[in-house]
Design a protein around this ligand. Structure first.
Ligand SMILES: [Zn+2]
Length: 437
């Protein structure tokens, strides 16, 4: 199964190698027509990172710390597999099985155990309580707004002084016609309209665990995190204070847009915030500290491997889009060369990533895959200021609101981030949080 999966669209009836070459040639042609050296340079000009060099230097900083950590992790899993089942050489297809076994042994915690503390109503209520404590805003359910499905609830957001901020639709459960995943959309952006300034209307949508006849909707921790994440995007719109709606709210540069959403997730794992809402749905008891400690301890398990995996994708993406297509003869050989230094286990001939790398060849991430890590670094660095000053520190929250949430794309995100953080982005906070330094 591993071999089949890792060789999708490579040397089979749907082989993508020629499509890759053609795509790269066209991207190069466009970049040159517009006066750029290559596709990556063309893309990066309109990103917070601004240049290929900055993005690559950033990836390199993470690599230096993550690679040794990942090697150590592989060694530990290999030793465990040997001890458990006499496995002599740990292969890529053994990795998930044995690392999960090891994780179970080390942390003895099943994510399902947490569900009773995360009844969906409690999570939403808790999220709004947390948002009020951070920004002073209040969310009030309203029943006089037409909705497109009975599952949808509507909420008005009001600022601390009572002024109206916007309308939020919440639509969290699966339906036959709904696609999977979770997202936030804007029905109407904040800003100037022919009849004056208007406040936004936004929605957060997901397909989370629904209730049953006998049980309310009890969420997994990662589902609760999804609600916090999407609400973070919603706040970017609800707290927008721009003039043109095309430049307002979440219409920001690609590698900046996940900062407001990812930072919201942090409050979910803070005792101070959890105590406000994580109550057992039957007994009303707070979440036991012991369980929370295990969740936090298990968080960084195999962080090195996770990082290296993302860096491998990001570097491969950059290699494709910074090399002149005329220099690329063999798609597979090019990939193997570009990803050599990320290998942690034996790489098997006949497997290939690029042919099924839809993010960069079929999606919008071409020369932008690095932005996953970039956004994480931004968010960890921003969050470290909250950690320093207190997670509900009013002054830090006011700064975050003013510089990050309110300004949209009316200023360069670099300026906004530096205005908030008081200095340029430093990836150290992310490395520290992942346990890599
Ligand atoms: Zn997001």
């Amino acid at each position: 199964m591993y071999r089949a999966y890792a060789s999708r669209a490579f040397n089979d009836q749907f082989d993508n190698q020629e499509h890759i070459k053609r795509t790269l040639a066209l991207r190069q042609e466009r970049a040159e027509l517009l006066g750029y050296q290559n596709h990556a340079e063309y893309v990066l000009e309109d990103r917070m990172a601004e240049s290929v060099d900055t993005a690559l230097a950033f990836l390199e900083t993470v690599y230096e710390k993550a690679y040794p950590a990942a090697q150590k992790e592989v060694g530990e899993v290999a030793a465990f597999a040997k001890e458990l089942d006499g496995i002599d050489v740990l292969e890529a297809w053994d990795w998930t099985y044995y690392s999960n076994k090891l994780k179970e042994k080390l942390f003895q915690y099943d994510p399902e155990e947490l569900r009773p503390w995360f009844k969906v109503e409690n999570v939403i209520d808790g999220l709004f309580t947390v948002a009020k404590k951070i920004y002073g805003i209040s969310m009030k359910q309203v029943h006089d707004v037409p909705v497109y499905h009975p599952d949808v609830t509507t909420w008005e957001a009001h600022d601390a002084d009572g002024s109206y901020l916007g309308l939020l639709y919440i639509d969290l459960f699966p339906r036959e016609t709904k696609r999977g995943g979770a997202w936030k959309s804007s029905l109407k952006g904040q800003g100037l309209y022919p009849d004056g300034m208007r406040r936004p209307q936004v929605m957060i949508v997901g397909s989370l665990t629904p209730s049953t006849d006998t049980q309310p909707s009890l969420l997994r921790l990662d589902e609760a995190r999804t609600i916090f994440h999407e609400f973070g995007h919603a706040l970017h719109s609800l707290l927008a204070d721009g003039y043109y709606h095309g430049l307002s709210g979440t219409s920001v540069l690609w590698d900046f847009v996940e900062l407001p959403s990812q930072i919201m997730e942090n409050w979910l794992l803070e005792k101070e915030a959890l105590n406000l809402f994580a109550r057992h749905y039957e007994t009303g008891e707070p979440l036991p500290q012991e369980l929370l400690d295990k969740v936090i301890a298990a968080k960084n398990f195999n962080a090195g491997n996770f990082n290296i995996n993302q860096l491998r994708y990001a570097s491969l993406d950059m290699a494709w889009h910074t090399t002149h297509p005329s220099e690329i003869e063999d798609v597979d050989a090019f990939e193997k060369q570009a990803t050599k230094r990320f290998a942690l286990m034996q790489v098997h001939p006949g497997t290939n990533t690029s042919c099924a790398f839809s993010h960069i060849f079929a999606g919008g991430y071409a020369a932008g895959y690095y932005s996953y890590k970039w956004a994480e670094a931004l968010e960890a660095d921003a969050w470290s200021l909250f950690e320093e000053r207190g997670i509900f520190d009013p002054e830090t929250a006011a700064k975050f609101r003013k510089y990050i949430l309110a300004r949209g794309n009316a200023f360069h995100p670099k300026e906004l981030f530096e205005a908030f953080r008081g200095r340029p982005l430093n990836p150290e906070a992310m490395l520290k949080r992942d346990g890599l330094i």
